[in-house]
Design a protein around this ligand. Structure first.
Ligand SMILES: *Cc1c(COP(=O)(O)O)cnc(C)c1O
Length: 218
């Protein structure tokens, strides 16, 4: 199937309240335009430089999500246009996003990345750290960021029970915090595990290879 056919079929299978972030990392502009021409507007990238280059050359009504780890010194490149930053995991990063938001005269929407996987390599805060941050005076003083919800990545494994337990942890935290902080998005689920994520209340899935085909890294 073509990218266009994939995206149409995929979206028609999703509940209406679920946002599909089409993860276009490593894929050429043409593949993105194939998806765009079906009416899709929400795309995700995990590298700042690639995101910025694609933003410059592709239609300006695309909503660009940064889904990968973000270094503080690179926030300035995406601050003028980024639609949602998924992987905020420290006050220091949030302060830099706030500073760049102020410079660009906008409030930048963000998600807190929560560590739910077993592997050490995954970034993210603990539930405790996220709660403390949300209640801190330092956070309350930041007027140019808005925390829209939570994001998490499950362990990369075939053990669906483990994946399910990890997503359930994040679902519980999201339910606990959602009303108090006005959260709208629970970003969890990728090509291999989005069905499990949807069972646990995800309303934003980040899907790459199932739409665009496998990625070739070199
Ligand atoms: C690459 C990536 C995805 C999409 O992965 P697929 O397995 O291709 O669907 C989702 N989230 C993050 C953070 C990623 O880096």
């Amino acid at each position: 199937m073509s990218v266009a056919e994939n995206i149409i079929a995929f979206k028609s299978s999703l509940p209406e309240n679920v946002t599909l972030v089409a993860v276009s990392k490593t894929k050429p502009a043409q593949a993105i335009m194939d998806a765009y021409n079906t009416g899709h507007r929400v795309f995700g990238e995990n590298k700042v430089q690639e995101l910025t280059e694609k933003w410059e050359t592709l239609p300006k009504d695309i909503e660009w999500h940064l889904i990968g780890h973000l270094q503080r010194n690179k926030v300035k490149y995406i601050a003028p246009f980024v639609h949602l930053i998924h992987a905020v995991d420290s006050l220091k990063l949030l302060e830099e996003i706030n500073k760049q938001g102020e410079k660009n005269n906008r409030i930048i929407p963000c998600l807190f990345q929560i560590k739910i996987a077993e592997e050490d390599s995954k970034f993210g805060m603990s539930a405790e750290e996220a709660k403390n941050l949300l209640e801190s005076t330092a956070f309350k003083g930041l007027s140019h960021v808005c925390i829209k919800g939570l994001m998490g990545m499950a362990t990369f494994t075939d053990d669906t029970r483990q994946i399910s337990e990890e997503f359930e942890k994040l679902e519980r935290l999201y339910q606990e915090l959602k009303d108090r902080y006005g959260f709208e998005y629970l970003s969890m689920g990728m090509s291999g595990d989005y069905e499990i994520a949807l069972q646990h209340g995800s309303n934003m899935i980040r899907v790459g290879s199932a739409l665009f085909g496998e990625r070739n890294y070199h």
